[in-house]
Design a protein around this ligand. Structure first.
Ligand code: DGT
Ligand code: CA
Ligand code: CA
Length: 574
């Protein structure tokens, strides 16, 4: 957790620096934070092994940030950061989670109105004290109140990407316990929901007390809500809860089914059991006192007269009826992806060279990787202009030639992630786009537009004969920002007409499209692609969150173009 703690501090330093109006430096700290947060190796170990020099080899870490890391390792503190906190005693982290609030605004609000917390902010907005301030206005005040509402709604839930790695760690620890025969994380984790309330572990063991003792004394446990003989519940220092239940082997399938949920899915299943004169519970499926199924989940579904339903589909949205008819869609599998088309290389400020990232993609078992560097509008992301793009393309050609000589069946594809300007035009010339294997375009600015205008804007981009893919099509950021106002049916209609592909962005806080929108796209016959939006090679593994999302949207291989080999996939593009 050392890396996470350090990254958090760096994010905060970036915010403070931005608050002070310092140029460039905030961005450097953000980059370092993203990088450190997703590193597999503990930064402390890196330092122990290679000192300051090794720290500087971490992507995004330069001399001055390396020194800060060293200071933190040695003293447990970063003095500059402590000073900043003293100078500006505001809850910046919470305040800027509100859409429409940035560090600079927070500074003004602190200086003019003494606002330190979200509570202060809400009170001030309700008293209309914010609108009259220079640079704020009625609209900003309204946005702030809406933002606070949104935050309240998502409180207490965590991103799947935050929870799953931790859940797997605990699962592994339990698995290694000799008293544990089997363990699995159920609930919304197993259904791979985009946000998670708590983690629910299910265990088979004939020594449940040992398992309970072990569970409540796991490192990172800060509170024990309850400890029983077969059930316990704890809070971790990361702020989320974990439940555990031990069940006998003969009931494992029934318990797995029950604790996977969803509740809505389970209710219907129980009703179906009753209609057949059976009784379904977490202990088993019973005919009178006779257990007719229960040791496996498959057995439960089969005995109830239906196909086994993948956990990601269990939301009672029609999957049960389909399973009864034997007509469940063959949703894509976690191993079906053949390449990722949304990778930012070090050409646009990403962390890795083309060659390193190609290596990482090969290690994932991919056949291709698409480089989608930002284009020139996004200065802050080091967006490339036409000339730089040309140079980078040459780089890719050379690399592909090298792979060919080495007889590697792997290709790097040339692309970009262009910006869709407010009027729907693309920020880079068509001639430059024409030289690429694929073009992604996305909205990265002016997201608060009236619905009609935003819809027109995206449609215009889709009509560009070079634009193949729309990245993160609804712009939402989980727990932070709602989808922007857009007529999604209309987007689908034109996507189909212009043969534009919609991206399922796998980055943990995006997961854009939502499962609902994936279903709608599928029904409309619009093709999709699952991309990670990786800025460094460790991000490639985020693909599983995108696949989970696609499965929750019932997407099949035929709906997702990067389930196909490079040639077929490219033939689907304009
Ligand atoms: P979460 O934790 O809010 O992300 O969502 P879940 O689905 O993990 O919900 P949780 O942790 O409250 O319960 C885990 C599972 O236990 C849930 O998916 C289904 C089952 N369950 C819980 N309460 C009930 C209930 O009242 N009736 C039924 N049928 N099942 C329940
Ligand atoms: Ca749960
Ligand atoms: Ca629970």
């Amino acid at each position: 957790m050392f890396n996470q703690d350090l990254a958090k501090i760096f994010y905060e330093i970036a915010d403070y620096l931005e608050m002070e109006g310092v140029a460039f430096k905030p961005y450097a700290y953000q980059k370092a934070a993203i990088s450190i947060e997703t590193l597999k190796e503990d930064v402390k170990n890196i330092y122990k092994k290679g000192g300051l020099k090794a720290l500087k080899e971490i992507p995004g870490v330069g001399e001055s940030i390396a020194l800060k890391i060293e200071e933190y390792i040695k003293t447990g503190k970063i003095k500059d950061y402590e000073d900043m906190k003293k100078k500006m005693p505001v809850d910046l982290k919470e305040l800027i989670r509100i859409e429409g609030m940035g560090p600079k605004k927070a500074k003004i609000l602190y200086e003019k109105l003494g606002i330190r917390t979200v509570k202060d902010l809400e009170a001030a907005a309700k008293d209309h004290k914010i609108a009259p301030l220079f640079g704020f206005g009625e609209k900003t005040e309204k946005n702030i109140l809406e933002g606070i509402e949104f935050l309240k709604r998502s409180k207490g839930r965590f991103l799947l990407g935050e929870i799953l790695p931790k859940a797997r760690e605990v699962e592994e620890a339990l698995k290694n316990l000799k008293e544990v025969e089997k363990v699995e994380a159920c609930g919304s984790v197993r259904r791979r929901k985009e946000t998670i309330g708590d983690v629910d572990f299910l265990v088979i063991s004939d020594k449940p007390q040992k398992v309970m003792d072990f569970f409540v004394s796991l490192p990172g446990v800060v509170k024990i809500w309850g400890k029983g003989t077969t059930k316990s519940s704890v809070r971790l220092k990361e702020g989320f809860d974990m439940d555990i239940r031990v069940v006998p082997k003969k009931s494992y399938g029934a318990a797995l089914q029950y604790f996977t949920g969803s509740k809505e899915h389970n209710i219907v299943l129980r009703k179906i059991a009753i209609e057949q004169g059976l009784k379904l519970s977490e202990y088993g499926l019973f005919y009178g006192i006779k257990m007719v199924a229960g040791d496996t989940e498959e057995g439960i579904y089969k005995t109830l007269g239906m196909q086994w339903i993948p956990p990601e589909m269990r939301e009672n949205e029609g999957e049960i009826e389909m399973a009864q008819k034997g007509k469940l869609p063959k949703i894509i599998n976690y191993s079906d992806i053949k390449g990722d088309l949304h990778y930012h290389s070090n050409w646009d400020g990403g962390a890795e060279s083309l060659e390193e990232m190609a290596g990482a993609a090969m290690a994932m078992g991919y056949e291709y990787i698409g480089v989608a560097d930002h284009t020139k509008f996004l200065r802050i992301e080091h967006g490339l202009d036409e000339k730089q793009l040309e140079k980078r393309n040459k780089n890719i050609d050379d690399l592909n030639l090298k792979f060919k000589i080495q007889n590697l069946k792997f290709r790097v594809l040339k692309g970009c992630e262009a910006n869709i300007m407010a009027d729907g035009s693309i920020d880079i010339k068509d001639e430059a786009l024409a030289k690429l294997d694929f073009v992604i375009a996305g909205v990265h600015s002016q997201m608060k537009m009236p619905k009609e205008k935003m819809t027109e804007r995206i449609i215009k981009a889709m009509k560009n004969p070079h634009v193949d893919i729309i990245s993160h099509p609804t712009g939402r950021i989980l727990k932070r920002r709602d989808e922007y106002e857009v007529d999604f049916d209309k987007i689908l209609k034109y996507a189909k007409e212009t043969r534009t592909i919609l991206e399922i962005n796998a980055f943990p806080d995006r997961l854009d499209l939502s499962a609902q929108n994936i279903k709608r796209a599928k029904e409309a016959g619009v093709k999709m692609i699952i991309n990670t939006d990786a800025h460094q090679k460790d991000h490639l593994r985020f693909i599983e969150y995108g696949i989970a999302q696609a499965r929750r949207g019932w997407a099949e291989k035929k709906d997702i173009i990067n389930c196909w080999s490079a040639d077929k996939m490219l033939s689907m593009l304009k």
